[in-house]
Design a protein around this ligand. Structure first.
Ligand SMILES: [Zn+2]
Length: 124
């Protein structure tokens, strides 16, 4: 993941193990590339310990909080087949599914239009 402003400092966590360090959960507005244009508040522990290896095989053992802690837990969920929408109410999940379906349709249409504008291969 890369939380740097210039998006040029990716952090790599290999075989991550995440342990919450606080019981209290805090809400944070989350979104996800897998669920385009859906954002909602998810409550997670605000402080976690992450143990992993970095891209050089060096041991990472850090206590992190705030946005980094949220992102680590969000990405960790992905590894376990869970997306943030799974934490929302049934109603919100249904709404999210409808919204994503709509967006996928729009994107497909846009894709077709783009394809129409492409020059057709000519036969010589
Ligand atoms: Zn995600």
């Amino acid at each position: 993941m890369d939380l740097s402003e210039d998006k040029n400092s990716p952090r790599v966590f290999i075989n991550p193990k995440v342990t919450p360090l606080v019981e209290e959960k805090q809400p944070y507005e989350e979104g996800c590339l897998s669920v385009p244009e859906v954002y909602d508040s998810v409550e997670r522990p605000n402080k976690v310990r992450i143990e992993a290896l970095d891209e050089n095989g060096q041991k990472i053992d850090e206590e992190v909080e705030g946005l980094l802690a949220v992102c680590i837990q969000h990405e960790m969920d992905h590894l376990n087949g869970v997306i943030f929408v799974d934490y929302l109410s049934r109603l919100k999940q249904t709404r999210a599914r409808d919204k994503v379906r709509k967006i996928v349709k729009i994107r497909e249409k846009q894709g077709e239009q783009m394809a129409d504008k492409q020059p057709q291969p000519s036969h010589s």
